[in-house]
Design a protein around this ligand. Structure first.
Ligand SMILES: Cc1cc2nc3c(=O)[nH]c(=O)nc-3n(C[C@H](O)[C@H](O)[C@H](O)COP(=O)(O)OP(=O)(O)OC[C@H]3O[C@@H](n4cnc5c(N)ncnc54)[C@H](O)[C@@H]3O)c2cc1C
Ligand SMILES: NC(=O)c1ccc[n+]([C@@H]2O[C@H](COP(=O)([O-])OP(=O)(O)OC[C@H]3O[C@@H](n4cnc5c(N)ncnc54)[C@H](O)[C@@H]3O)[C@@H](O)[C@H]2O)c1
Length: 470
């Protein structure tokens, strides 16, 4: 049996972050990864999806050119084979970049290509070899959810693991599940010329929770493709394609993109062999501030723990996990970042701070500001659509969170997440400089709406917005 100080399971963003820190201190570690290298983000996630979206949105702009006095846009054509080649070229560039800076430099002692599983506390088995590790970081990521019966669809069933491999796009596709992946890829496919039909079992899309934002999102994204809400889709394999059944309706398509969510890669680890207790979902109890499982020398980071399955959180959790693994048993609690989420749709979706679902509505002021005809810059861009929803605590008058659907939401959401992280009050934010004419002025307008609700008329006198030099 081989003995090491550290074992890291999974060479994704989280595992590689952890490995990078350990490697600076010692050679006494092993990184075990099952499946292709290069990380989910670079290989089949963030990066190829954004490459596809970029082509799709550029082509879509042709429909707006007349408005700006540019003629002939309707004659432009999309070469979807070229688009997909570019997606894969960029994907290869990003995955090669990851490999060169991480796994390529490891010795055969330090890296094992294989799926690990536990056989006892501190003991792993991979490719028949048994490894005893003093401390173990589990960073095995997640995989797309695909209902068993849907496997009969064979090649007609796609997930984000396969879609970027397509040389040619299907003519008609059903996108089942309109969370972030479904909405981003559904809109991109539609803009690349595929006939898309969207199906979502909830009455909401894109992970939005604020009623006014959900309503606006459904209105705007329905312009790209029809959206069927409120019922889980049933699929039937036919000779010529796939029949999607919802409610009383039938829709025939050539292929299905299953974007029903992702499942943590924990079920095949036999983690119960370490003596940890699993909950009904098969998940161990872990602390989100230490990433430790129970009081064991086991740490769980990234998508595999199902807590915040996005890239910057996978990296952050990798840092917390490795820091505590290195100092075990002296485990420290670390703060978590303000929640921040972005969907790269058009218009973009942004979430920051507290989720609407978790608000104490009695003690929270919730406002919305619609962009239509209300922001000079957005009007000039012919993109004055969307809504900003902000949440502030009535007692502290601090901004605590919000959701937005608007052009360039990816940038504005960052600003507001940073303001929440800095615990800024609505008045602090009103006092910040706002240039003209910019989209940030829409945020300023939304803040003024909150300001007028949270502060009395006397408190809002002109001097309130000025700061005296002491
Ligand atoms: C289509 C799509 C788009 C996305 N877009 C964004 C985005 O724009 N922004 C964003 O922040 N996030 C995005 N995400 C999410 C982001 O990609 C993930 O949160 C992140 O990659 C998770 O990193 P990780 O290290 O937890 O897991 P991964 O990168 O998945 O790494 C886990 C590794 O562990 C390996 N493994 C599995 N089982 C075992 C085992 N038993 N033994 C050893 N190794 C094992 C896996 O093969 C894999 O290599 C997107 C995801 C998808 C699918
Ligand atoms: N831009 C980004 O940051 C980005 C982009 C893509 C993915 N991601 C990450 O990947 C994760 C997974 O994304 P996702 O969109 O697959 O998951 P998700 O959980 O966000 O959405 C899945 C959706 O599918 C619906 N659904 C499930 N079963 C259904 C059925 N039978 N019929 C109809 N609808 C059904 C669910 O109600 C849900 O809305 C996200 O949580 C996110 O963290 C992030």
């Amino acid at each position: 049996m081989r003995r090491v100080k550290y074992a890291i399971l999974g060479a994704g963003t989280s595992g590689l972050t952890a490995m990078g820190a350990i490697r600076k201190q010692t050679d006494d570690f092993v990184l075990i990864n099952g499946g292709p290298l290069g990380t989910t983000c670079a290989r089949v996630g963030c990066m190829p999806s954004k490459a596809m979206i970029q082509s799709a949105n550029l082509f879509h702009k042709r429909l707006m050119l007349n408005e700006f006095g540019v003629q002939g846009g309707e004659k432009l054509e999309i070469d979807s084979q070229h688009v997909m080649q570019r997606v894969r070229r960029l994907r290869d560039r990003f995955t090669n970049g990851v490999k060169t800076s991480s796994t390529d430099g490891l010795t055969s002692e330090q890296f094992i290509d294989g799926y690990a599983k536990f056989i006892a506390p501190n003991q792993l088995e991979v490719n028949g070899e048994i490894i005893y590790a003093e401390k173990i970081i589990i960073a095995t990521g997640s995989r797309p959810i695909v209902p068993g019966p849907w496997q009969v669809l064979g090649d007609k069933l796609l997930t984000s693991d396969q879609i970027f491999e397509l040389a040619e796009l299907p003519k008609r596709i059903a996108v089942v599940g309109l969370g972030i992946i479904g909405l981003e890829l559904g809109q991109a496919l539609s803009r690349l010329g595929v006939e898309v039909m969207g199906f979502e079992m909830l009455d909401a899309v894109g992970g939005l929770a604020t009623p006014v934002a959900i309503e606006k999102a459904i209105e705007l994204f329905s312009k790209d493709f029809p959206i069927h809400l409120g019922t889980p889709a049933q699929l039937e394999n036919t000779e010529t394609g796939v029949l999607v059944k919802v409610g009383g309706g039938f829709f025939e398509v050539d292929a299905v993109l299953a974007s029903l969510g992702r499942r943590p890669n924990i079920d095949s680890l036999d983690i119960e062999k370490t003596g940890v207790t699993l909950n009904q979902k098969g998940m161990p109890d872990f602390n989100i501030n230490t990433m430790q499982i129970e009081d064991k020398p086991l740490f769980i980071a990234g998508d595999v723990n199902g807590y915040r399955p996005i890239l910057h959180e996978a990296a952050h959790e990798g840092k917390i996990a490795v820091s505590n693994a290195m100092n075990y048993p002296d485990v420290k609690k670390y703060t978590r970042k303000t929640p921040l989420g972005i969907a790269f749709t058009d218009p973009g979706i942004g979430f920051f701070g507290m989720c609407y679902r978790d608000l104490d509505l009695e003690n929270t002021e919730v406002i919305d500001f619609h962009l239509e005809r209300n922001n000079g810059r957005a009007i000039v861009m012919a993109e004055d659509h969307g809504v900003i929803c902000l949440f502030a605590d009535k007692t502290t008058r601090r901004l605590v969170g919000g959701e937005m659907l608007m052009p360039h939401a990816e940038h504005l959401t960052h600003l507001l997440a940073w303001a929440v992280e800095q615990q800024m009050s609505v008045l602090d934010l009103i006092k910040m400089p706002f240039y003209h004419p910019v989209l940030e002025e829409a945020v300023q307008s939304a803040l003024y709406k909150l300001y007028s609700r949270l502060y009395s008329q006397e408190e809002r006198g002109i001097e309130a917005e000025l700061t005296v030099i002491k």
